[in-house]
Design a binder for this molecule. Structure first.
Ligand SMILES: Cc1cc2nc3c(=O)[nH]c(=O)nc-3n(C[C@H](O)[C@H](O)[C@H](O)COP(=O)(O)OP(=O)(O)OC[C@H]3O[C@@H](n4cnc5c(N)ncnc54)[C@H](O)[C@@H]3O)c2cc1C
Ligand SMILES: NC(=O)C1=CN([C@@H]2O[C@H](COP(=O)(O)OP(=O)(O)OC[C@H]3O[C@@H](n4cnc5c(N)ncnc54)[C@H](O)[C@@H]3O)[C@@H](O)[C@H]2O)C=CC1
Length: 443
C-alpha cells in the first residue's frame, strides 16, 4: 500500500487525489489550511458583478466526496515543515494541535500567493487581494454599502480587468491602474488590448496606465492613493498585480525555476524522486517555447495534478505540455489566446512573424453576421505556429482557439494551416474560413 500525502487541496491537489484514488491499494492523506475545497476563483468576479445568482455553484466538490473514496482529509490544518530525510510532514490544526503524517510519495499543491506592492500605507483597512473565497465575499459585502463608492483596482491583468467590470456592474466609480501602458499585456498584443481598453473606457472605467502607486493614505481605512501622476480619493483598493509560486515548504530542498516555482519534469517529479509538484507552485513545459516556463492557470493545475497522480500509481505518463490557453469576456467583448503574442515571443527570444485578419464569420449575404479578429504568430525559420489571439464582440470564438492550441502542440506550420479542411455552410462559415485566409496571406 503506497501512502501519498497531498499538501493543498484546490484544483491541482484535488486532481492528483482523484487520479490516485481511482486506483485500489492506495492510501491518500489530503492536508488543507482552509476550510473550503475546490473554489473556482474565476467565478468571484461573476458573483460580485451579479452575473451569476449564487456562489454555491463555484465549489465543485467537497471533503465528503474524497472521504467516500477512502482518503483521510485534514482541513483547517497548515503544514509547517517537511522532514524530507525521514519523509514526514509536520502540520498544525487551527486549534493548535500538532499532527504529523509519514509519506512514501508527497505531492506539493500549495499554489500561488498574490504579489503585494510594497508601498507605505499598505496595512490600512479596505486594501484587499482577490485570491481566496473569503476575500471575494468580503468585497461583495463591502459593495453593499453606499459609502463605498470609489474603487481602485491595482493591476489591469486578468483579475484586475474582471474585477473592474464587476465593480462597474455594481454601480461603483472604478479607477484601473497598471504599471504598463495597456491592459492584459501578458497574453495579447496591443492590436487586441487597444479594443479592450476602449471597451473599458466606454463603460466608464477610468484608466490609469503607466501609473505606479507610491503610497496609500488614510487614518484607519484607506482614503487616498498617491501615484507619481496624482492623488485619488478611494474607499476600497483591490490588488491584482500577479501571483508568485508558493514555495515556502520546500524552497531549500528542491531545485527551483527562476521565479521560485518548483522545477518539475514531464512526470511532475521534482529533484527529489519521492516528491511531485503540481499547479501554480510548479513549472510547466511550454510547447510554444519548447522549454520550461511558469503559467498559473486552473487548466494547468487540473492537468498537472492528474499527471502526478497517474505516475504515483505506476502509470508512467508524460505531460503533453501546455500552451497557456486562456480567455476573457468583458461587457460582451470576448478575447481568447494561446501560446505567445508577438510581444511576449520577443521576451522569450522567439524570432516570429505574424499574419492578421479582420473578417465576418459568414458570407456577406447572410442577414446576421459575426465579427472576428485573428492574429496567428509563427516562428520565422521553422514556420511552426507558436501563438494565436482572437476576439469578437458578437460570438463565442473559444472553440477555434482550441484548434490553435493543438496546432502549437503538434508543431503545425502556418503553410499547413492555409489549406486546412474547414467546412463551408453559410450559417457558420465562408467558403474560405478566416483561419485559412489568414494563413494563406502569411508571408
Ligand atoms: C480571481 C481569480 C480568477 C481566476 N480565474 C481563472 C480562470 O478563469 N481560468 C483559469 O484557468 N485560471 C484562473 N485563475 C487562476 C487559478 O485559480 C489558479 O491557477 C488555480 O487556482 C491554481 O490551482 P492550485 O491548486 O495549483 O493552487 P491554489 O488554487 O492556489 O491552491 C493551493 C491550495 O494550497 C493550500 N495551501 C498552501 N499552503 C499550504 C500549507 N502550508 N498547508 C496547507 N495548505 C496549504 C491553499 O490554502 C490552497 O487551498 C484565477 C485566479 C484568481 C485568483
Ligand atoms: N480568465 C483567466 O484565464 C484568468 C486567469 N487568471 C490567472 O491568475 C493569475 C493572476 O492574475 P493577475 O493577478 O491578474 O495577474 P496578471 O499577470 O494577469 O496581471 C498582473 C497585472 O499587474 C500589472 N502590474 C504588475 N506590477 C504592478 C504594479 N506594481 N503596479 C501596477 N500594476 C502592476 C502587470 O502589468 C499586469 O498587467 C494569472 O496567472 C492569470 O493567468 C486570473 C483571472 C482570470
Amino acid at each position: 500500500m503506497t501512502k501519498t500525502v497531498i499538501i493543498g487541496t484546490n484544483h491541482a491537489g484535488l486532481a492528483a487525489a482523484n487520479a490516485i484514488l481511482d486506483h485500489s491499494g492506495q492510501e491518500v492523506v489530503m492536508i488543507e489550511r482552509n476550510e473550503n475545497f475546490s473554489y473556482l476563483s474565476c467565478g468571484t468576479a461573476l458573483w460580485v458583478g451579479r452575473q451569476i445568482e449564487s456562489v454555491d455553484g463555484l465549489f465543485y466538490t467537497n471533503r465528503e466526496d474524497f472521504e467516500a473514496k477512502g482518503a483521510k482529509v485534514r482541513t483547517k490544518t497548515t503544514v509547517e515543515n517537511i522532514d524530507f530525510e525521514g519523509k514526514v510532514v509536520h502540520a498544525v490544526t487551527q486549534q493548535g494541535e500538532k499532527v504529523e503524517e509519514s509519506y512514501d510519495k508527497l505531492v506539493l499543491a500549495t499554489g500561488s500567493v498574490p504579489i503585494s506592492p510594497k508601498v507605505p500605507g499598505r496595512e490600512l483597512k479596505n486594501i484587499t487581494f482577490m485570491k481566496k473565497y473569503e476575500e471575494g465575499q468580503n468585497i461583495d459585502q463591502m459593495f453593499e454599502h453606499e459609502e463605498i463608492k470609489n474603487i481602485a483596482v491595482i493591476g489591469a491583468g486578468y483579475i484586475g480587468v474582471e474585477m473592474a467590470e464587476a465593480a462597474k456592474r455594481r454601480g461603483k466609480n472604478v479607477l484601473l491602474f497598471d504599471a504598463l501602458d495597456r491592459c492584459l499585456p501578458s497574453y495579447y498584443d496591443p492590436w487586441f488590448t487597444d479594443d479592450m481598453d476602449k471597451n473599458l473606457a466606454e463603460h466608464g472605467i477610468e484608466l490609469h496606465y503607466g501609473e505606479l502607486v507610491k503610497e496609500y493614505k488614510g487614518t484607519d481605512k484607506v482614503e487616498q492613493i498617491i501615484t507619481e501622476k496624482g492623488e485619488y480619493e478611494v474607499d476600497l483598493v483591490i490588488n491584482a498585480i500577479g501571483f508568485s509560486p508558493n514555495n515556502q515548504l520546500a524552497k531549500d530542498h528542491l531545485e527551483l525555476f527562476a521565479n521560485g516555482a518548483y522545477l518539475v519534469d514531464r512526470h511532475q517529479q521534482t529533484s527529489d524522486p519521492d516528491v511531485y509538484a503540481v499547479g501554480d507552485c510548479a513549472t510547466v513545459y511550454s510547447n510554444a517555447l519548447q522549454g520550461t516556463t511558469y503559467i498559473a492557470l486552473a487548466s494547468n493545475a487540473l492537468r498537472t495534478g492528474r499527471v502526478a497522480g497517474e505516475n504515483i500509481v505506476g502509470n508512467s505518463i508524460e505531460s503533453p505540455g501546455v500552451q497557456g490557453s486562456n480567455g476573457i469576456s468583458i461587457f460582451g467583448h470576448h478575447m481568447v489566446s494561446t501560446g505567445y503574442s508577438v510581444e511576449s515571443a520577443a521576451k522569450f527570444d522567439l524570432d516570429v512573424k505574424y499574419t492578421d485578419i479582420e473578417d465576418t464569420q459568414k458570407p456577406e449575404f447572410m442577414k446576421e453576421n459575426d465579427d472576428v479578429k485573428l492574429r496567428i504568430v509563427y516562428e520565422a525559420n521553422s514556420r511552426r505556429i507558436v501563438g494565436a489571439q482572437m476576439s469578437s464582440t458578437t460570438s463565442d470564438i473559444s472553440m477555434a482557439i482550441h484548434m490553435f492550441s493543438l496546432a502549437i502542440e503538434r508543431q503545425v506550420t502556418i503553410d499547413e494551416l492555409g489549406m486546412l479542411d474547414t467546412f463551408f455552410l453559410p450559417h457558420f462559415n465562408q467558403p474560405y474560413n478566416y483561419i485559412n485566409k489568414a494563413a494563406l496571406a502569411a508571408e
